[in-house]
Design a protein around this ligand. Structure first.
Ligand SMILES: NC(=O)c1ccc[n+]([C@@H]2O[C@H](COP(=O)([O-])OP(=O)(O)OC[C@H]3O[C@@H](n4cnc5c(N)ncnc54)[C@H](O)[C@@H]3O)[C@@H](O)[C@H]2O)c1
Length: 244
């Protein structure tokens, strides 16, 4: 695999480590050189012709800035900063471009599971509840002494206030097909060291609760599961027998 990474930070490092020898060549674009193992293309964006596919692990802003160019290149595109699609006009334009492109776009489930349930029961979903509880430092609230609700609302509002903490809420809303059906609560909890996501799915064919107790990655805002879900999605490229 020859991989072009947008963003050469924490997630890029974990993805490259986990893919190991599957990657024969890699490049990365970032606003700065980060020490990531791929070849740094400099801070002027372009897509290396030899790359087989593109992996975004930078930010919501990067998806909005460079997403169109990736789709126009015809290369497959893995996007971890799903929050970009909370912007309706960006999303509609993106889907329009995708119709005439050779690219396929993959948004991995990121720091949560349960997307397979939502995909299956989507026509029957009444609403979904996401309660995210993270250590205070993930919300830049060091020194907090007791748990505080830092946000309640929908995923569009969540991603505009917490662009690095709310991608999960947007991924859920995209899976459900509605930003109105997903209720989002964020809590800063000084007593925990895990990123806990409780997802409750209410539907006419059943109710489902999935609790995730994620260990953070070296970047405390990012759960370790997020890069691993990207790795799992990329590995599916070469798998002829898929489960789930
Ligand atoms: N879907 C999910 O569940 C989920 C979970 C965690 C993180 N994320 C997303 O993944 C992103 C990356 O996480 P990370 O832990 O690797 O963060 P990080 O800060 O360690 O690395 C991000 C890198 O991308 C670069 N970057 C950011 N915006 C850029 C831009 N516009 N142009 C060029 N380079 C840019 C930064 O300089 C940095 O080196 C987060 O910002 C978040 O949007 C998604």
């Amino acid at each position: 695999m020859r991989v072009f990474f947008i963003g050469g930070g924490n997630i890029a490092r974990i993805v490259a480590d986990e893919l190991g020898g599957l990657v024969t060549r890699s490049w990365y674009y970032d606003i700065k050189e980060t020490g990531f193992s791929g070849e740094y293309i400099g801070n002027t964006f372009y897509i290396p012709k030899e790359a087989d596919f593109v992996v975004e692990c930078a930010s919501v802003g990067a998806v909005k800035e460079y997403g169109e160019q990736v789709i126009k290149s015809g290369k497959d595109f893995y996007i971890i900063s799903s929050g970009a699609f909370a912007d309706t006009s960006f999303f509609e334009n993106f889907l329009d471009l995708l119709k005439d492109s050779q690219s396929s776009v993959f948004v991995p489930s990121g720091a949560i599971g349960g997307i397979d349930i939502i995909n299956a029961v989507k026509p029957f979903v009444d609403y979904v509840e996401l309660n995210t509880r993270k250590p205070a430092k993930a919300f830049n609230m060091e020194g907090l002494v007791k748990t505080e609700v830092v946000f309640s609302g929908n995923a569009k509002e969540a991603i505009s206030k917490f662009p690095q903490n709310a991608n999960v809420s947007v991924t859920l809303s995209l899976a459900v097909g509605s930003f109105d059906k997903v209720k989002v609560n964020f809590l800063a909890d000084p007593s925990i060291d895990e990123n806990i996501h409780e997802v409750n799915i209410y539907s006419s064919v059943g109710n489902y609760s999935v609790i995730h107790k994620n260990k953070p990655s070296p970047n405390p805002k990012t759960s370790y599961l997020a890069p691993l879900s990207l790795v799992s999605a990329i590995k599916k490229r070469t798998s002829k027998f898929q489960i789930g």
